[in-house]
Write a protein that binds this ligand. Structure first.
Ligand SMILES: Cc1cc2nc3c(=O)[nH]c(=O)nc-3n(C[C@H](O)[C@H](O)[C@H](O)COP(=O)(O)OP(=O)(O)OC[C@H]3O[C@@H](n4cnc5c(N)ncnc54)[C@H](O)[C@@H]3O)c2cc1C
Length: 426
């Protein structure tokens, strides 16, 4: 194998892998179809407000945190304290996000509080959630919780940690593992996730990575082993949120060919399938959310900073309460519906939390169907492919690859594993 590596995709996974590889002595060229790097971790600056693509929280105890530490990338921001409102039908209660609010919330009766507290303790003390890999989150809930309201509360907390509203499809091990990480706290990142993207980019440039943006890879040449890539025309200058409307790469319009014997695909699974052709991994289910992102010149209700639906898959959080995301006095609010939904439902929640918000809006956008994760993790057997493929010279990374973590943790952990495998192979 040569010393040249081509990486396709400039999200977290591609960027992190590029640094490991360049520092390991490889000559790395990264192709990104958009004109900018970052993938789903980008942040848009609008009138001085920083908009992540929907609510983004970095898990302090996750594998991604360890990878960024290893790369020397700092993650600075604020840690939300778990205080907020539990939405249950028309009832409004203290959200049981910490021990004090669990004891004092009107959401649960005394016996229900004891059951939930015991459940929390059990999850915290769990030595190895992978013991529950073969069963669904729903089955674990049914087996572990007797009271209906406690079950709904626990389900809401698992939804908050995983973004997934399909407990019957989700592996209990994956969901519980993610809840344990969430209990160790999350960070709302100052200046948005773009800050991490920019730091990754700077480190990659310093390590000697070559970047080719606005360049979509349309085909891979594979004959038993990887032989090269083909890249297409310059991409039009489009908003990332138009992703779903953009055409997929096509084999009918081959582009310019470049010889390469080591290629790391850090793209989504549908693109990887198109590029590779025959693949062995099973169909993966995406995790979707609809998001209403709103910038306000002022927050009408400064104390209402977080709310979570207990019997409905709704999320509301003022991210600027804990991270630097706005000009002085402003508020950046993310409202979301797990699994997707209508904009007016999210507006109605904002009407309740921040009455008068419409008159104070500086900028807003609705993202109807964001892919939060490319791979919902079902009960065993594992569905995610491993970073090293059976095809010589071909590697994978992304939030749908490997057996470590969910979301950006999976993207970063698989990037490190893929890079190590490439370095070990040559
Ligand atoms: C609404 C929302 C909320 C989220 N919240 C959280 C959270 O709270 N915590 C968390 O950890 N994670 C969260 N995530 C997930 C996180 O954003 C992703 O896990 C992470 O950004 C994925 O990185 P990636 O590199 O695997 O994929 P991507 O970011 O999707 O990067 C893939 C890149 O490949 C490029 N590409 C695709 N095809 C080609 C081609 N043919 N040629 C060249 N380039 C190509 C794309 O343009 C893109 O830049 C959230 C995501 C969303 C959408």
């Amino acid at each position: 194998m040569g010393k040249n590596v081509v990486i396709v995709g400039g999200g977290f996974a591609g960027l992190a892998a590029s640094i490991f590889l360049a520092r390991g002595g490889r000559t790395v060229t990264l192709f990104e179809k958009r004109r900018y790097l970052g993938g789903r971790a980008i942040t848009h600056l609008r009138h001085g407000f920083r908009f992540n693509l929907g609510p983004h929280a970095f898990y302090r105890g996750g594998a991604g945190s360890a990878v960024l530490r290893e790369l020397g990338i700092p993650v600075r921001g604020g840690v939300p304290n778990g205080a907020g409102i539990a939405l249950f039908g028309k009832e409004r209660h203290k959200f049981p996000g910490n021990l004090w609010s669990l004891l004092t919330t009107g959401l649960l009766r005394a016996n229900e509080k004891i059951e939930l507290a015991k459940l929390f303790l059990r999850v915290r003390r769990m030595k190895d959630p992978s013991a529950f890999a073969a069963i669904s989150e729903r089955k674990w809930l049914d087996d572990s919780v007797s009271n209906e309201r406690v079950r709904q509360t626990m389900e809401a907390l698992l939804r908050l940690a995983t973004y997934c509203n399909e407990p019957e499809r989700m592996s209990a091990a994956a969901a519980l593992g993610q809840l344990r990480r969430a209990l160790r706290g999350v960070i709302y990142v100052d200046e948005g996730w773009q800050k991490i993207v920019d730091a990754l980019h700077s480190s990659a440039v310093a390590a000697g990575v070559n970047f080719v943006t606005s360049s979509r890879i349309v085909a891979l040449d594979i004959d038993g082993a990887v032989r090269g890539i083909e890249f297409g025309e310059l991409e039009p200058d489009v908003e990332d949120t138009m992703e779903l409307r953009m055409p997929r790469p096509s084999r009918e319009h081959p582009g310019t060919r470049l010889a390469a014997d080591t290629v790391l695909l850090a793209v989504d699974p549908a693109t990887a399938r198109d590029l590779i052709g025959e693949v062995v991994w099973p169909e993966m289910r995406t995790v979707i959310a609809s998001c209403l992102d709103v910038a306000l010149s002022r927050q009408p209700q400064p104390k209402k900073n977080f709310a979570l639906g207990i019997d409905q898959p709704l999320y509301y959080s003022v991210h600027s309460r804990f991270a630097q995301l706005t000009p002085k006095g402003g508020a950046l609010i993310h409202v979301a519906r797990y699994g997707g939904g209508e904009e007016n439902e999210l507006e109605a929640l904002l009407d309740e939390m921040q009455p008068g918000w419409r008159d104070l809006t500086v900028h807003r956008r609705f993202l109807p169907s964001m892919v939060v994760s490319n791979a919902l993790i079902p009960p065993a057997p594992a569905a995610r492919p491993s970073p090293a493929t059976p095809i010589r010279g071909l590697y994978l990374a992304g939030d749908w690859v490997g057996d470590v973590g969910l979301l950006s943790d999976a993207a970063l952990a698989s990037a490190r594993t893929a890079a190590r495998a490439i370095l070990a192979a040559s």
